[in-house]
Design a protein around this ligand. Structure first.
Ligand code: UD1
Ligand code: CA
Length: 456
């Protein structure tokens, strides 16, 4: 099998500088979805060569985005004269002894099984994947003759009024015998409304040459959907999100509202996980048994241990949280934050590149950066680790069972011994001995005979 993905078009209807196939769907470029499907299909179809991706408009940007990915080769189509012209650019790459499967970079929801069935249906002939969608406007239509056999595909802009009433649309995806395909591509003409060389005209040429053409209908209408506009992209995003929400619920999550969650990556859940409305998940997120995520949280590449609760409006990025912890509301965990079991991080507390030991707490208005904090330590409101001297960042160690009072500035690098207490309002640096009270602030004085000035 040869496998080609057409991704050179400009996507005029997107009105965007970003090449269409790089627009994100569920957090990843459209083309990444198509490539995933292509790879999965290739694994089953004994694909010998690389997957060929035809790029053109913004081609360098597209190729850069997928640079270093194994099994993919980029071919340039310049200028972009239509889908048939695009495939023609890839022709020299195609092995004549194998049939060719063509995918479209802007049709990302196609399922692997549907492709495998299409290949089987093609046999030695041609097979096109058609679909019945609720709104066929904008798609090419499959025209059949009186006996019901496929005759040709007509683009909407070239269709007669009668042809526009046809409900069976062309997904663009097709399988064809390669030698014949190359000959048909060379015969395409651009005498149509868009002055383009249409790949879809290959169907009529196959019929003319007596090569059997099958049209297989995609089992699910959503598979056929293409993205030509931002409105279509947004609709597709909802479809993908609905499917992801259903999958989460099947694997054990309770969602306050399956229509109000966005998964732009991969979320795995244990039993009895609850996710409230408005949460966004990016990258790889793992929520263990009994985790509760409050409303309007953003979690990116996070592992959360069993029984932990994340309260409303928290932003957790590239970090780990142990079991039975409590984070938020309004907490910010930045990359490298690692909270052990039973840690409490409260409102307006930021933690960066720091390990916080078991059952330690910072419940309000604090900053912990580049620090190791032992277990059972309490950091009070308004306290910060001053980790940056304006040029360099320094690491600090705060021991176990430490009580850091309110409004303390810990100037890094600093070592605070186990069991130390630091009085409120202190600015400390260097080292704070274990087990003692350390104060670093001016003493309180009261002036007995002082009188307020009076207005002259
Ligand atoms: C195409 C089909 C149409 C089908 C629809 C399904 C043709 C002529 N029409 O129409 O029958 O219903 O897809 O979504 O094929 N491309 C190139 N080079 C080009 C032009 C396009 O690589 O010169 C790529 C695009 O990047 C895109 C794909 O081919 O990924 C389809 O092109 P597009 O212009 O979106 O075709 P449609 O008008 O949607
Ligand atoms: Ca399209």
């Amino acid at each position: 099998m040869n496998l080609v993905i057409l991704a050179a078009g400009q996507g005029k209807r997107m009105h965007s500088d970003l090449p269409k196939v790089l627009h994100p769907l569920a957090g990843r470029p459209l083309l990444a979805h198509v490539l995933d499907t292509a790879r999965a299909a290739a694994a089953q179809l004994e694909l010998r060569a690389e997957i060929v991706v035809v790029v053109g408009h913004g081609g360098e940007r597209v190729a850069e985005t997928f640079a270093g990915q194994a099994g993919v080769r980029f071919i340039t189509q310049q200028p972009q004269l239509g889908t048939g012209h695009a495939l023609l650019q890839a022709a020299p790459e195609l092995d004549d002894s194998q049939p060719t499967l063509v995918l479209y970079g802007d049709v990302p929801l196609i399922r692997v099984q549907t492709l495998l069935d299409l290949v089987r249906a093609a046999g030695d002939g041609v097979a096109v994947l058609s679909a019945r969608v609720p709104d066929p406007a904008g798609y090419g239509r499959v025209v059949r003759d009186r006996s019901g056999a496929v005759a040709r595909i007509v683009e909407e802009r070239d269709a007669t009024d009668a042809e526009r009433t046809i409900g069976e649309i062309n997904t663009g995806i097709l399988v064809a015998p390669t030698v014949r395909l190359k000959a048909w591509l060379a015969q395409l003409r651009n005498d149509n409304a868009q002055r383009e060389y249409y790949l879809t005209d290959v169907v009529a040429l196959a019929v003319r040459d007596g090569v059997p053409v099958a049209a297989c209908t995609a089992p699910e209408a959503f598979e056929a959907l293409g993205v030509n506009s931002k409105a279509q992209l947004a609709k597709m995003e909802r479809i993908v999100q609905q499917r992801k929400a259903e999958h989460l619920m099947q694997t054990g999550a309770t969602l306050a509202d399956p229509a109000r969650i966005d998964v732009r990556g991969e979320v795995t859940v244990g039993a009895d996980v609850f996710i409230d409305v408005g949460c966004v998940f990016e990258g790889k997120v793992d929520l263990a048994d009994g985790v509760r995520i409050g409303p309007y949280c953003v979690l990116r590449d996070v592992r959360v241990g069993a029984g932990t609760e994340v309260l409303a409006f928290s932003l957790l990025d590239t970090c780990r949280i142990g079991a039975m912890a409590r984070v938020g509301p309004f907490a910010r965990l930045r990359p490298g934050a690692s909270l052990e079991d039973e840690v409490h991080i409260g409102n307006f507390v930021e933690v960066k590149a720091s390990r916080v030991g078991r059952a330690s707490k910072a419940n309000h208005l604090a900053y912990i950066g580049d620090a190791e904090v032992g277990s059972g330590t309490n950091i009070a409101a308004g306290t910060i680790v001053a980790n940056y001297d304006g040029a360099n960042k320094h690491r600090s160690r705060i021991g176990a069972d430490v009580q850091v009072g309110s409004n303390v500035v810990l100037i890094a690098p600093i070592e605070v011994g186990d069991g130390a207490t630091i009085g409120a309002g202190s600015t400390v640096s260097g080292s704070v001995p274990a087990g003692k009270l350390t104060l670093a602030r001016t003493r309180q004085v009261t002036v007995d005979n002082w009188k307020r000035p009076v207005k002259k």
